[in-house]
Design a protein around this ligand. Structure first.
Ligand code: ASP
Ligand code: MG
Length: 405
């Protein structure tokens, strides 16, 4: 029998009626001949409710006790789901993360899974039971409860699927899959039947709304086919899987975008070894994440240097750069915190020339100026003025005909 791991998110188990619906669905799957391991999140809103309780009593709730608190949300849903299953005559056992023994490191609030003991789960499956596991949690080597970071139930599901060698890990959520771009920006955005792990990781800004990105990294590493599908709507969802070479690939699979970016430029710095690290070193020391980095070809012994950061980090990055500019006797520092980034993503890019040109022409036809460009093997990103973001995304969606399969 094929073993499947299914994960149901907070809205899918948000009321007792919905838990009952999930139970019915699981029974149908079991009757089709599947072995089922089910991972659930806390009921929707519950993790936030627990967090706000913590905030009422402590200015900075964190660490061990926060994990003890937050892990209870999922403990409620595993028990309720098993009760619903038992009520319908199906045997089911619930396990918290530490009862399974999902062993993690000691990093409270964002622990990483290190090892899973599959013995109890396998024993239960052999008896024909459905196994229900609390998402988002595990324990460290001393038995302290840990949690995996917000959205961590997805990662629990993938890790279980990898440990149990499941044929698929299915993530049931409130959207019916991964789209070519955000449907709120482009009404014609289309659900993708299939996408590769690599593409999904590059589209993190789109994907993060659907899945915890760490779960995709995990699935990619252990080659677990991952499917996102709706709890409420019929359909095959989107399968995220490794690249199949024999398939004809679309040139572009999707368009991701980031609104909240800012860029900083330091002009006329000496074109000497070590300059880049003198500029970016202090930025990294402040834990500011840098995205794109561009250095111009030097002339007359000097060069210009531009990089982007999240808009929230703009002010602190600017003051660091101003200090660096003095030390380096740079000519000028400037910046812009009203920029946005658009990326086209597709593994098909590897085998098609001219994609970049199609992108640049399309943007130019709408009079959209490109401030920065960066590329990777399967992605081309441009930085543009924030006010053209929606227009840019729509234009590109059109230019690459993403509304058609
Ligand atoms: N309940 C946790 C959260 O809200 C984990 C999850 O749902 O994946 O972040
Ligand atoms: Mg989630």
């Amino acid at each position: 029998m094929a073993l499947i791991v299914q994960k149901f998110g907070g809205t899918s188990v948000g009321t007792v009626e919905r838990i009952q619906e999930v139970a019915k669905k699981l029974i149908q799957f079991q009757q089709q001949g599947h072995d089922l391991v089910v991972v659930v999140s806390a009921m929707s809103g519950e993790t936030n409710r627990l967090l706000s309780l913590a905030n009422e009593l402590n200015d900075n709730p964190q660490g061990r006790e926060l994990d003890v608190l937050l892990s209870t949300g999922e403990q409620v849903t595993i028990a309720l789901l098993c009760m619903a299953l038992e009520q319908q005559g199906v045997h089911a056992n619930s396990y918290t993360g530490s009862q399974v023994r999902i062993l993690t490191d000691k990093t409270h609030n964002k622990a990483r899974i290190m090892e899973i003991d599959d013995q109890k789960i396998r024993n239960d499956l052999a008896k024909g039971h459905i196994v229900v596991v609390a998402g988002f949690q595990g324990c460290d080597e001393f038995g302290n409860i840990t949690t995996l970071g917000r959205g961590g139930s997805d990662t629990t599901a993938v890790a279980l699927a990898a440990a149990l060698n499941a044929s698929e890990c299915q993530i049931y959520t409130d959207v019916d899959g991964v789209y070519t771009t955000d449907p709120r920006v482009v009404a014609e955005a289309r659900r993708l039947d299939k996408i590769t792990f690599e593409e999904m990781l590059e589209m993190a800004s789109l994907g993060a709304k659907v899945l915890q990105i760490r779960s995709v990294e995990f699935a990619s590493k252990y080659n677990v086919p991952l499917r996102v599908l709706s709890s409420f709507k019929e359909g095959g969802g989107t399968l995220i899987t490794s690249e199949e070479t024999e398939m004809e690939q679309a040139q572009i699979s999707g368009i991701a975008f980031n609104r909240d970016e800012a860029k900083l430029t330091i002009l006329g710095v000496p074109d000497n070894p070590g300059i880049a690290s003198q500029i970016l070193g202090p930025i990294a020391k402040q834990n500011i994440e840098v995205d794109m980095i561009i250095q111009n070809t030097g002339h007359d012994g000097t060069t210009d240097f531009t990089f982007t950061v999240h808009r929230n980090d703009y002010a602190s990055a600017m003051s660091i750069i101003k200090a660096a500019a003095k030390t380096l006797s740079a000519r000028e520092v400037n910046g812009d915190d009203k920029i946005a980034k658009i990326s086209i993503v597709g593994v098909g890019m590897r085998s098609h020339a001219g994609i970049a040109n199609t992108m640049f022409e399309a943007l130019a036809s709408e009079g959209i100026n490109i401030c920065m460009i960066s590329t990777s093997e399967i992605k081309i990103s441009v930085v543009i003025d924030e006010k053209y973001l929606e227009l840019g995304v729509r234009t590109l969606h059109n230019a690459f005909e993403l509304e058609h399969e």
